[in-house]
Structure formats: structure tokens, C-alpha cells
Write a protein that binds this ligand. Structure first.
Ligand SMILES: Nc1ncnc2c1ncn2[C@@H]1O[C@H](COP(=O)(O)OP(=O)(O)OP(=O)(O)O)[C@@H](O)[C@H]1O
Ligand SMILES: [Mg+2]
Length: 288
């Protein structure tokens, strides 16, 4: 459930990598406890950079990031921060550094000083949740790419933080597996009040799982809006080279080319089904 508690307050944030043009410019963003916020934008739009700034992997050039009202760069010790926020890297090889799945997943919790029984409980729970039961003793370098992505996700979940930052966690994961991971994250989000901030290219999944979307383009935050509101503005999305969910695109074509249906376009299969059934029923009545 989204609460009124402000989790992040990002203001006037500018960032450049050394010797490069700005990667993020003038970012102002508020994130509330319990949100499922998606960062959406084409390659190079600044999603990974923003996630890096939200967990202090990167430091702002200008502006500030506040977490629970306190500036991230000044007020939090490393251990304290790991208990509050964890990041799942876009590239799993950047995150995994131990020999086996178990060693990697237990590394963080052990560093937090947890007891062995609690570490064991967390490792077995998260491996089950990411679909890696039976992989515990496997060598990392013998995993497929998708299995490494799942291991990286397990590592972050095992930390037990209330905020999870995820950088395209389902890229390279098969479609059914990707749905399961979205589903699992939504359960953490709803049942454990975990805030999820996720960069993803998976536009079709957004209406099913996310609450708000931050649209980035060329290092600027174009808008932050509830999912429905964002997709009501296809023009804004197209200017940022982002497409509509496939279902909405179909309904847009049906309206514009066939005069069937109307705005706002349904965003999920369930919504489209209801709208199409209504249209067919009304046609049936007209034809009587
Ligand atoms: N280590 C780096 N050094 C220099 N420039 C970088 C570095 N990492 C990213 N950039 C640049 O910063 C900008 C934002 O990159 P970023 O990785 O944040 O984009 P992204 O939205 O995550 O893209 P993608 O969808 O490809 O993951 C891009 O112009 C990119 O070329
Ligand atoms: Mg990225």
C-alpha cells in the first residue's frame, strides 16, 4: 500500500560521468513508501544512473538525494544504508563475486551480522522465491544468464531491506519466468510493504504491476505519472521513443482505422476483453 511517507526526495539532481556530457539533468522526484515505481526510457536515457544515485553508488554533481528526509551522501553509514536499500544490478556479473549461489546469497546477510539460523532461513526463502530451488550449491560461472539474473535478485532480497532498486531484472529471462518475477515482486510490495523502484523495458508488464511511472529521455525526467495517466498520452511516449503496451496499441489501431472502441485505451488483456465484449454485445443489440 502506498503511504504518505516520503521515502526519497530528489531535487535539482545533475550528474555527469567523468569527461562525458550530462547523464542526468535537473531531476526532481519524490518517491513514497510502498510504491511500485517504474523508470521507463530508451537506452542511454539515464535509468541506471538514477538508480546508482538512489543507492549512493554514484554521488550527485549538483543537487541532492534525501532518504527519509536525510541527505544520502552525508547521514548514512554503509551498513545502515544496506539495511534500508538494495540494488539489483542490470548486469549480474557486476554483482556476483563468490564461487557458489549459496555463498553469494548469504554474503550480505552474514555481513549484517545475522545469526546462522536466520541466514539459512533467508537463503532458502529467497532461492525458492526466485525459482532457484536446487541451485544452492551450483557454481556461479556455470549458470545461464537468466539464472545469474535470478541469483542477483536473490542476493538483494536476502538483505531484507524495505526498498529494492531493480535495474531491468527481467531482461534475458524467459516470458513466463519474467511474469513470475513481476508477480513475486508485487507480493513483496503488497504483503511486506516493500517499495520497488524498477527500470524496465517491459512496457506490457507495467499496467499489470506498477503504480507510477517516471519517464526519462536524454537524461531528463519528462513526467512522473500514475500508469493510466501516462498511457493516456501516447504522443508524449512516442516523443520519448517509448511504445504503448501491445494491447493498447491494438485498441488504438482499431479505433483509428475501424472506428471500434474509444479512449482511454485498455492497457491489459482483461480490460481489452471487457471493452471488446461490451462492443460486441452492443453491436448484437443494434442488429436485432
Ligand atoms: N560509465 C560510464 N561512463 C561514461 N558514460 C556513461 C557511463 N555509463 C553510462 N554512461 C552514459 O550516461 C548516459 C545514461 O546512461 P544509463 O546507463 O544511465 O542509461 P540507461 O537508461 O540505463 O540505458 P540502458 O537502457 O541501455 O540500460 C548515456 O548517455 C551513457 O552513454
Ligand atoms: Mg541501464
Amino acid at each position: 500500500m502506498i503511504s504518505a511517507q516520503l521515502l526519497y526526495q530528489v531535487s535539482g539532481l545533475n550528474f555527469s560521468y567523468p569527461g562525458s556530457s550530462p547523464a542526468l539533468q535537473g531531476i526532481n522526484l519524490e518517491v513514497y513508501q510502498g510504491e511500485f515505481l517504474v523508470l521507463l526510457g530508451v537506452n542511454g536515457s539515464g535509468k541506471t544512473t538514477l538508480l546508482g544515485l538512489l543507492c549512493r553508488l554514484l554521488e550527485p554533481l549538483e543537487g541532492e538525494v534525501k532518504l527519509y528526509g536525510k541527505e544520502l551522501s552525508r547521514y548514512y553509514g554503509d551498513q545502515e544504508l544496506y539495511q534500508l536499500v538494495n540494488l539489483v544490478f542490470q548486469e549480474p556479473n557486476d554483482q556476483l563475486f563468490c564461487t557458489t549461489v549459496e555463498e553469494d546469497v548469504s554474503f550480505g546477510p552474514r555481513n549484517l551480522g545475522l545469526e546462522e539460523a536466520e541466514i539459512e532461513r533467508r537463503v532458502s526463502t529467497v532461492l525458492k522465491n526466485v525459482g532457484l530451488e536446487g541451485f544452492r550449491h551450483r557454481c556461479i560461472h556455470e549458470l545461464s544468464f537468466g539464472e545469474k539474473k535470478r541469483t542477483a535478485l536473490a542476493c538483494a532480497l536476502a538483505m531484507g531491506s524495505k526498498t529494492l532498486l531493480l535495474d531491468e531484472p527481467t531482461s534475458g529471462i524467459d516470458p513466463v519466468g519474467a511474469s513470475e518475477i513481476f508477480q513475486m515482486l508485487r507480493e513483496y510490495n503488497r504483503q511486506q510493504d516493500m517499495t520497488v523502484i524498477m527500470a524496465t523495458q517491459d512496457v506490457d508488464m507495467i499496467p499489470v504491476y506498477a503504480s507510477r511511472v517516471a519517464l526519462l529521455s536524454k537524461g531528463e525526467l519528462i513526467t512522473v505519472a500514475p500508469v493510466k495517466e501516462l498511457f493516456e498520452n501516447p504522443q508524449l511516449l512516442r516523443e520519448s521513443r517509448v511504445r504503448l503496451p501491445r494491447v493498447a496499441h491494438l485498441m488504438e489501431v482499431l479505433e483509428q482505422e475501424e472506428g471500434v472502441g474509444s479512449k482511454p485505451y485498455p492497457l491489459t488483456i482483461g480490460e481489452a476483453r471487457r471493452q471488446l465484449v461490451d462492443i460486441m454485445k452492443n453491436k448484437g443489440l443494434e442488429n436485432r
